[in-house]
Design a protein around this ligand. Structure first.
Ligand code: NAP
Length: 243
């Protein structure tokens, strides 16, 4: 059990991130939120007010991320939930993919999780409590043409989280992944009508998900109701792929 209700969330301004923030905010959590720019940080501050905490971090910048996480782990030794939600795509076929496209996606989507978890885990270990939740993707398991960098980063997360889950299972820390299918956000708004219809045809429920579909599961995984669940990858995809 913990009385500390403080959650750390990356990608807090995004489509899925906003729904996750609102869910925790409405359940009286203190929020420690990460934005990629000062402008986004100010918007979050305006939305959630002075009683929560805001940091501007470019999580693809290893040095900046390490420095700011050092600050955050000492200013907030009572973070009980980590939600690593930030992510980007830079799609290209493998033969055309530039090294920059590969590296920036791996750094943003995968390396950041390693640095964030390493920074905040010691506090969780001392408090003997923690819930760590990563956001992967349906394509981590299926693969996807044109997204080898994104898929590698999202599959990497599943391996990373399962391994950490093993390492901290006896310390009352649960580590799980949520893998969205197609959720209506700016990330999927980039698709054209033909692409959207092709995808809809593959979804038995014949609709895209809503960010709250992801937020609800993330919140459950952060709660005491999920205490016996660790090292799992949960797919939320309207039946698009049934594993
Ligand atoms: P989104 O609206 O584009 O949000 C992405 C978030 O990532 C943004 O809030 C952005 O922060 C943050 N971010 C990106 N680069 C960053 C950087 N260098 N430093 C700090 N923050 C950075 O996308 P979304 O759909 O909500 O996606 C959220 C997560 O779900 C991602 O990991 C994505 O891969 C995953 N996912 C989404 C879908 C889907 O259908 N939407 C499907 C599968 C998986 P700022 O807003 O501060 O710039």
């Amino acid at each position: 059990m913990t009385d500390n209700k403080k959650v750390f969330i990356t990608g807090a301004s995004g489509g899925i991130g906003s729904a996750i923030c609102e869910k925790f905010y409405n359940n009286n959590y203190k929020l420690v939120l990460v934005a990629s720019s000062d402008e986004k940080k100010k918007k979050l501050h305006n939305k959630f007010g002075d009683k929560n905490y805001y940091y501007q971090i470019d999580i693809s910048n290893e040095e900046m991320l390490r420095d700011r996480m050092k600050e955050i782990s000492s200013e907030h030794n009572d973070i009980s939930v980590i939600v690593n939600n930030a992510g980007i795509t830079k799609d290209n076929l493998i033969l055309r993919m530039k090294t920059e496209q590969w590296k920036s996606v791996i750094q943003t989507n995968l390396d950041s999780n390693f640095i964030i978890i390493k920074s905040l885990l010691p506090n969780m270990i001392s408090k003997k409590y923690g819930k760590i939740i990563g956001i992967s993707s349906v394509v981590a398991t299926s693969g996807n043409p044109g997204q080898s960098n994104y898929v590698a980063s999202k599959s990497g997360l599943i391996g990373l989280y399962k391994s950490i889950a093993h390492e901290v299972a006896k310390r009352n820390i649960n580590v799980n992944i949520v893998s969205p299918g197609f959720i209506k956000t700016s990330m999927t708004d980039m698709l054209n009508e033909i692409q959207k219809n092709e995808i809809l045809n593959k979804i038995p429920m014949n609709k895209f998900g809503h960010p709250s579909d992801i937020a609800n599961l993330v919140y459950f995984l952060s709660s005491e109701d999920s205490n016996y669940i660790t090292g799992q990858n949960f797919n939320v995809n309207g039946g698009m792929i049934m594993f």
